[in-house]
Design a protein around this ligand. Structure first.
Ligand code: AMP
Length: 387
């Protein structure tokens, strides 16, 4: 199967070839032709599935044709992508430029935690694609510094996350300012519950596309669980895991910002090149930390869930859930930070003696089995309860 059957323009096909994309992923195979056909879509797909290209390629193709928007030649964007976090927004913007290489593209990221100055400047000129987090975009709408009357295509990326983060009101306010005769593509890990209700409100006769969960489509991630007695035990096991010779870079998840700080301090004390990433940091600090990771200056990054969304660093071949994720969906998002770009990755989850139910929940959600692992010499003291 190749990209050439999906209805994409030859210039986009040529770019995909230069990027080394030889075949579409399942979500791209189903969503690209459907999106090009013009209808609304509800796509359940996971991070790492190639979903970004699934909406950006049809969006770029749309820009090859003159505007269909009723407002004609206004300044506002023809395409609006809403994402839950600034990291994800910047990631989407990066992919937009790499997939649209050679195309004259005017994009603006309109995200929280960044100065208004540059955003105001970009929004005061004609722009094709705006990639935004809901809070900041709503601010610009309130200040009348953005005009959404030209939007033809609206993409809600990781809609479930946006709702989890409490952006429902902002999303509704934004959508109220977009023409009704638009195309809407909604991507989400799940299409049930609150996301389903949002979908009903914002899409028309949408086609549903369900893609297998990331763990099923990503056999390149080996998944283990380790029983930990307490934090001291976790610290010792983490030390062993991080020193494994195959580990290039690793991402370690903690439940809280404070735990991320203190664990990174501990690892620093043990001589690791380590940094922390969490929501209390200023955007500039977060960007610098990510750049250090990308440049290979950090071997370990200790992060919280929200801060780590959208991280795409191919060197990460180990993800450690130092604190087990509270929900199976968080697990999928966390482990999706490894095994990027077709490389192999390992995901290790520390669980308490009474946390076997968590493992079962993750297994049910992902359809994958987590193999129980023990580090010789660091066996848990008590026997874990039977499954
Ligand atoms: P996403 O799910 O959009 O975050 O994409 C996950 C990763 O897969 C990104 O690093 C993309 O560069 C990569 N990718 C997306 N589509 C393809 C493809 N068809 N072939 C190879 N790599 C891809």
């Amino acid at each position: 199967m190749s990209f050439s059957t999906l209805g994409l323009d030859p210039s986009l096909l040529a770019t995909l070839t230069t990027l080394g994309y030889s075949a579409p992923t399942p979500v791209q195979h189903s969503a690209i032709p459907a999106a090009i056909a013009g209808g609304d879509l509800l796509v359940s797909s996971q991070t790492g599935s190639g979903k970004t290209a699934a909406f950006i390629l049809p969006a770029l193709q749309r820009l090859h044709s003159p505007t269909t928007g009723s407002a004609g030649q206004g300044m506002g964007p023809r395409i609006l992508v809403l994402t839950p976090t600034r990291e994800l927004a910047l990631q989407v913007q990066k992919f937009t430029h790499s997939y649209g290489k050679g195309q004259r593209l005017r994009t603006a990221s309109v995200v929280g935690g960044m100065p208004y100055g540059l955003q105001l400047k970009l929004l005061s000129k004609p722009v094709d694609i705006v990639i935004a987090t809901p809070g900041r975009l709503k601010d610009h709408l309130d200040r009348r510094t953005v005009n959404l009357s030209r939007v033809e295509l609206l993409v809600l990326d990781e809609a479930d996350r946006m709702l989890d983060m409490g952006f429902q009101e902002e999303i509704d306010a934004i959508i109220a300012r977009i023409p009704k005769e638009r195309q809407t593509l909604l991507f989400s890990a799940t299409l049930e519950g609150i996301v389903g209700r949002l979908a009903q409100r914002v899409t028309k006769n949408a086609q549903r596309i369900a893609i297998a969960r990331v763990a099923e489509t990503r056999p390149d991630i080996t998944q283990h669980a380790l029983v930990a007695d307490n934090d001291v035990h976790k610290g010792r096991m983490l030390d062993v895991l991080l020193r494994e010779s195959e580990v290039e870079q690793s991402l370690v998840f903690t439940a809280t910002k404070r735990a991320a700080e203190s664990l990174s301090g501990e690892l620093l004390g043990k001589g690791f090149g380590v940094g922390a990433l969490h929501g209390d940091m200023r955007q500039r600090e977060r960007s610098q930390m990510l750049q250090r990771l990308r440049d290979g200056k950090l071997k370990v990054l200790v992060a919280t869930d929200v801060a780590a969304r959208g991280i795409d660093v191919p060197g990460i071949n180990l993800v450690v859930n130092y604190d087990a994720p509270r929900q199976a969906e968080d697990y999928v998002h966390r482990i999706g930070r490894t095994g990027r770009a077709g490389r192999a990755g390992v995901a290790v989850t520390f669980i308490g003696h009474t946390d076997r139910h968590l493992v079962r929940q993750i297994e049910r959600f992902t359809g994958n089995v987590l193999s129980m692992m023990v580090i010789p010499g660091l066996e848990p003291r008590k026997r874990a309860s039977a499954r």
